[in-house]
Ligand binder design. Structure first.
Ligand code: CAA
Length: 248
């Protein structure tokens, strides 16, 4: 296996952790991007991963800030070499019905969940083009595919992410780079456990598999999309949602 340099934004989050663990266990050099104010928590997380035998580097980066992403990506390249595998996984929720949604909740979600894909990918892409090899995986959501009551901001940002995937896939298809989306359903992480319990229970009951997904089930799909073996799937949106939403 060729050892690659992988950057996972939101790498210390619920799904991000599983992705970092999977890529590191395959032997890649993995860097977890984390939100700068969460330095202490990120360092504690890094230690936990180390205790499990996984060496993962950390990079402070505010994905909503273009210049900060440029700085962080430059530092990663100086330390490890240019990024070969990029997983845009950083994301937040600010749930609430549109009729009551404050502007700041719209803007925060668009900046962290959608602007981030541009802010990070823009600084990574030229290195992949120079090398003639790259894998980009954008983590969206089932709710970007079908909409969700109380998530106009999140659904819009996640749907936008897949539009970004499709466009960049076309621009890079002839250059050895694949760009794909993974759309998780309801996965057992801190993000879903912050939901009102009765709302979450009703949603899980409506999932054909009658359970939440595991972060590792997302990581498996990401690892395949990021592998050498995936040379021909690009611009796709892979659902990992227990059957909650199907489309052709
Ligand atoms: N469809 C239709 N109507 C609904 C509804 C639904 N899914 N959910 C609630 N309603 C109705 C209620 O029945 C209620 O009706 P009445 O006013 O007639 O009684 C009305 O809407 C208000 O409902 P709430 O009391 O729940 O309203 P609220 O303001 O207290 O809360 C909310 C609204 C914050 C959006 C809350 O419902 C909520 O948190 N929903 C969960 C949203 C969600 O799925 N978030 C996912 C987070 S995890 C994630 O995002 C990861 C991922 O990718 C999947």
């Amino acid at each position: 296996m060729t050892k690659r340099v992988a950057l996972v934004t939101g790498g210390n989050g619920g799904i991000g952790s599983a992705i970092c663990a999977e890529l590191a266990s395959q032997g890649h050099a993995v860097v977890a991007g984390y939100f700068p104010p969460e330095k202490e928590a990120a360092e504690a997380w890094q230690k936990e991963m180390k205790d499990q035998g996984l060496e993962i580097d950390l990079a402070a980066m505010d994905v909503s800030n273009f210049a900060d992403c440029e700085r962080a990506v430059g530092e990663i390249a100086g330390k490890h070499g240019s990024v070969d595998i990029l997983v845009n996984c950083a994301g937040i929720t600010r749930d609430g019905v549109l009729k009551k949604m404050p502007e700041e909740n719209w803007k925060a979600v668009m900046a962290t969940n959608l602007d981030s894909a541009f802010n990070v990918t823009r600084h990574v892409l030229n290195g992949m083009l120079d090398k003639g090899w790259g894998r980009i995986v954008n983590i969206a959501s089932v709710n970007g595919q079908r909409g969700q009551f109380g998530q106009a901001n999140y659904s819009a940002a996640k749907a936008g992410m897949h539009g970004f995937t499709m466009a960049v896939a076309l621009e890079t298809a002839a250059k050895g780079i694949t760009v794909n989306t993974v759309s998780p359903g309801y996965i057992a992480t801190a993000m879903t456990s912050a939901m009102p319990e009765n709302v979450l229970e009703a949603i899980v009951n409506s999932v054909p598999m009658r359970r939440m997904g595991k972060p590792e089930e997302i990581a498996n799909a990401v690892a395949w999309l990021a592998s050498e073996g995936n040379g021909y799937t690009t611009g796709a949106n892979i659902p990992v949602n227990g059957g909650l939403f199907t489309s052709h």
